[in-house]
Design a protein around this ligand. Structure first.
Ligand SMILES: C[S@@+](CC[C@H](N)C(=O)[O-])C[C@H]1O[C@@H](n2cnc3c(N)ncnc32)[C@H](O)[C@@H]1O
Length: 187
């Protein structure tokens, strides 16, 4: 079966990650991506995971403890737009993932926003190593979602071909606005 946007995001990450990479989960939520990344870069790598909600950190920490993955993970209660303050100058980052929108079964008004998503993405790209990848899963069915998708379409299309490969992965015959995946790979 063709992989969903979420499944394919992990496949594209798994292809490039090794056991000492530094990576970023820009939207921790329930910790699915954080756990995946922590597994992929153990034992020598490091995951920086961001969220603005306490409940995301609590849930994610619990899952990491259960799986013995706390060591290589830094959980950060802050907006991903402040990523720059948490990385050292010129710190090489191999990959990052954004799962945009709101946390399921939580406050639907607390959503990721175009300006702050763009700011985080710019910082991430400035640290991305050659062959590194950034994955963005865009949900756009909620209020404010289409504005963020528009920003991503524009931003991704304008990245120079000499420096980046950019992929857009989308099911075009599905109902209910399924998520769209973007992959930015540094050449
Ligand atoms: C779709 S959920 C993420 C799902 C998550 N990746 C998972 O595996 O469960 C989006 C998350 O982004 C968080 N968020 C919203 N604005 C943010 C920001 N500026 N910085 C970091 N996280 C943010 C929300 O609190 C929410 O938990």
């Amino acid at each position: 079966m063709v992989e969903s946007a979420l499944q394919f995001s992990h496949t594209l990450l798994a292809e490039v990650l090794t056991d000492d990479d530094h990576v970023v989960d820009a939207t921790m939520g329930n910790g699915n991506d954080t756990v995946f990344l922590a597994n992929a870069v153990q034992p020598h790598g490091k995951v920086y995971a961001f969220d603005v909600q306490d409940q995301a950190l609590d849930k994610t920490k619990q899952r990491l403890v259960e799986q013995g993955l706390v060591e290589q993970t830094k959980l950060i209660l802050d907006g991903h737009e402040n990523l720059k303050s948490y990385l050292t100058e010129n710190e090489p980052i191999k990959a990052g993932i954004f799962n945009l929108g709101y946390l399921p079964k939580s406050d639907k008004n607390l959503i990721t926003m175009p300006a702050t998503t763009k700011q985080a993405l710019e910082t991430l790209l400035s640290h991305l190593v050659s062959k590194g990848r950034v994955l963005l899963v865009s949900y756009y069915g909620h209020t404010g979602g289409k504005e963020e998708l528009n920003m991503l379409n524009h931003y991704c299309q304008s990245l120079p071909q000499e420096e980046y490969n950019v992929l857009k992965y989308q099911f075009i015959n599905q109902k209910n606005e399924p998520p769209i995946l973007f992959c930015i790979e540094k050449k």
